[in-house]
Design a protein around this ligand. Structure first.
Ligand SMILES: [Zn+2]
Ligand SMILES: [Zn+2]
Length: 421
């Protein structure tokens, strides 16, 4: 009797010539080599590749010298440990290293709680890289025991859904995407902000404000943290705009606006001191809904301002730019309002001088717009984003908001302010 390996299937040919196909672990085929049937483990013990039989296996391609790999690995350790507790025998990760030498491998692998292909087995590592077309790291390929199709965007899946993505199959992925779009369709303020343990948000007076009492208002969800430098610049601006909007609305009396801080502060003390500077409401520090909201709105960086309409649906996830561009006039942040503001800007621009000499710059500045040399920019005076109209230096690219220009006489002899808008 002899056996041969063919595509993860052991073909057993018996003495009478009748062959029989026995399914062996596809992982042996992928992860073992001619003279190695084991993987490394953190304890140093060898783990047989066939022990992976029946599990979901993530192949992690990475290297210590690339910072995004270090960041992702750290995150994956958390997910891995959680899954080891909840489904101890169903998930494994195997590290496929692109480290430059054995020392680098050993020190990076020293932080990982999962298995690894030995650093010296270049051939297997190369074959895996080729088989899965790995072009960039970190890369996480999810293999299913009983599905020949792998899921390739494990990195994004883990970032976006965390342990919820388990077992990382295509079916699970489709299900999660369906849930996401359903959640967006059925989005209401209570299902965004409350959960079965908490039906309120915090206020400064120490009172718990019921989420139900916010229904029907325009709500800003402010993703921010004390440690974030751009937040430190944006928060005072948002506070001033908030007060102006509240003031205007209190005179009208029919609409209402509120902001809820969704903090990613690292401890209660920083949350407390940061929230103390703000006049609005907040989700409690470390609340489990915070992670869900970050995922739901695909928050990619802070500060980030999402605006929810009175019907509980999302109006915009670009509240920050709208505040920067239009301040309190941006309220209620709807498309119709933004279109109206854009038109207004066009009208106002007609009265602007086409050329100014600005006190903060040594060259002339030209008025430009989207269709005419302009585009999105960062204002050199206020450091905030701008779009459409700007004053731009054609020599060095210096660009400012029209509202930030302080025009002066070119000769600077007398600092007559010609335009101060
Ligand atoms: Zn500016
Ligand atoms: Zn210049």
């Amino acid at each position: 009797m002899r056996t041969e390996m063919k595509d993860g299937t052991r073909v057993v040919v018996s003495d009478n010539g009748i062959s029989e196909e026995l399914s062996v672990s596809k992982f042996s085929h992928l992860l073992a080599s001619k003279d190695r049937d084991f993987l490394l483990s953190p304890s140093g013990a060898q783990v047989k590749v066939c022990d992976l039989e029946g599990k979901v296996v993530g192949l992690l391609f990475g290297a210590n010298w690339y910072p995004p790999c270090r960041g992702f690995t750290q995150m994956l350790v958390g997910i891995y440990e959680e899954l080891k507790r909840s489904v101890p025998d169903e998930f494994e990760v195997v590290y496929v290293s692109s480290d430059e030498d054995l020392d680098a491998f050993s020190s990076f692998y020293g932080n990982m709680p999962w298995l690894a292909i030995p650093f010296s087995d270049l051939e297997t590592k190369k074959a895996l890289t080729r088989k899965y077309d790995v072009e960039g790291i970190p890369c996480l390929i999810m293999l299913q025991a009983h599905d020949s199709k792998e899921v390739r965007d494990g990195v994004e899946l883990v970032y976006r859904y965390g342990v919820q993505a388990f077992p990382f199959s295509r079916q699970r992925l489709e299900q999660l995407q369906k849930e996401d779009s359903q959640k967006r369709e059925n989005q209401t303020l209570p299902n965004l902000l409350a959960n079965q343990h908490r039906d309120y948000v915090l206020s400064h007076t120490g009172f718990q404000v019921p989420v139900a009492s916010l229904v029907g208002k325009t709500i800003g969800l402010y993703f921010s943290a004390e440690w974030c430098v751009p937040c430190a610049k944006f928060t005072p601006k948002l506070i001033s705009v908030y007060h102006k909007i509240k003031q205007e609305l209190s005179e009208k009396g029919d609409e209402d606006f509120e902001i809820v801080l969704v903090s990613s502060d690292r401890d209660q003390a920083s949350f407390d001191s940061y929230y103390n500077t703000m006049p609005w409401l907040a989700l409690p520090f470390g609340d489990p809904e915070i992670k869900n909201l970050v995922r739901h709105f695909n928050v990619q960086g802070i500060p980030w301002l999402v605006i929810i309409g009175p019907d509980g649906k999302t109006i915009t996830v670009h509240g920050r730019s709208l505040i920067n561009l239009y301040q309190e006039n941006a309220f209620p942040f709807t498309n119709a309002k933004v279109e109206q503001l854009e038109k207004q800007l066009e009208e106002e621009a007609k009265d602007l001088p086409t050329l100014v000499f600005h006190e903060g710059h040594r060259h002339d500045l030209n008025l430009v717009s989207d269709g005419n040399g302009g585009g999105p920019f960062i204002c050199c005076v206020c450091d905030e984003q701008g779009s459409s109209w700007a004053y731009q230096c054609l020599q060095c690219g210096y660009e400012v908001h029209p509202k930030c220009v302080k025009a002066v006489d070119r000769d600077h002899n007398n600092n007559n302010v010609l335009m101060d808008r």
